[in-house]
Design a protein around this ligand. Structure first.
Ligand code: HEC
Length: 208
């Protein structure tokens, strides 16, 4: 009997060790040391303001200046973080995923499948993979559409996609279509999605 208990005890410790390896050491190895994936802070991500952010500052100088001041890495960081907050707050993730899967030829529609490295940064943690896809995946939305398209789409999705079931978000814009702080932030955030891999701005990335 005593032998039996000893065996169970050892097996218990063994199971604990395996669980420890599988759920902690292996993920850590694959993210940190094995593939050398570095975590990027918001400041690192925002080093170089996107051309869409610059465009917003030129097209809506008054609103931009009032809410964000000048175009620089600080104001860009502020807009990106705020955009993500609005995205979370409005539950955009309820209808949109941010994860291109390796199945069903998704790459044909949305580009290369998402990689672990893409989520190793301040704007992707906690991740917003989402569970449902009422609308399209947004992991690679940046640069796909113009700022104007996004603004028209937010004010009234049906004006650009006639059969859209996406709800309108007109309250981030005044009657002339000028975005407020949240409107600028949302567009800035969408235009950022998928443009950074391993910290390399999309313009400098070499496509294999
Ligand atoms: C009720 C579900 C629903 C919600 C909530 C929703 N969307 Fe959508 N969205 C859709 C659908 C459906 C489409 C596809 C039709 C269209 O383009 O309007 C879409 C399209 C889009 C597109 C165009 C993507 C492309 O490249 O064609 C963007 C960008 C977008 N949504 C952003 C957002 C953001 C940001 C929010 C939150 C503020 C949001 N959506 C909330 C359903 C939703």
């Amino acid at each position: 009997m005593e032998r039996f208990y000893t065996l169970v005890f050892i097996a218990g410790i063994g199971c604990f060790a395996i669980a420890f390896l599988l759920s902690m050491i292996f993920p850590w190895m694959s993210l940190e040391s094995y593939h050398g994936m570095e975590y990027q802070t918001l400041a690192q991500l925002a080093r170089q303001p996107s051309k869409e952010f610059v465009q917003l500052s030129e097209q809506f100088p008054e609103s931009f200046r009032e809410h964000y001041g000048d175009v620089n890495s600080e104001s860009y960081a502020k807009a990106l973080a705020r955009g993500r907050d609005v995205y979370v707050g409005q539950a955009c993730w309820h209808c949109h995923s941010q994860y291109v899967r390796v199945v069903s030829n998704e790459h044909v529609r949305w580009g290369p499948p998402s990689s672990a490295q893409e989520y190793q940064n301040a704007l992707n943690q906690p991740h917003l993979w989402g569970t449902r896809r009422v609308g399209p995946d947004l992991a690679r939305e940046g640069g796909k559409k113009t700022n104007d398209w996004h603004i028209a789409h937010f004010i009234n999705p049906k004006s650009v996609v006639p059969h859209s079931v996406m709800p309108p978000y007109p309250f981030y814009f005044d009657e002339r279509g000028v975005p407020d702080a949240d409107g600028i932030a949302l567009v800035t955030y969408l235009q950022w999605l998928g443009t950074v891999q391993a910290g390399i701005p999309v313009a400098e990335r070499v496509t294999p």
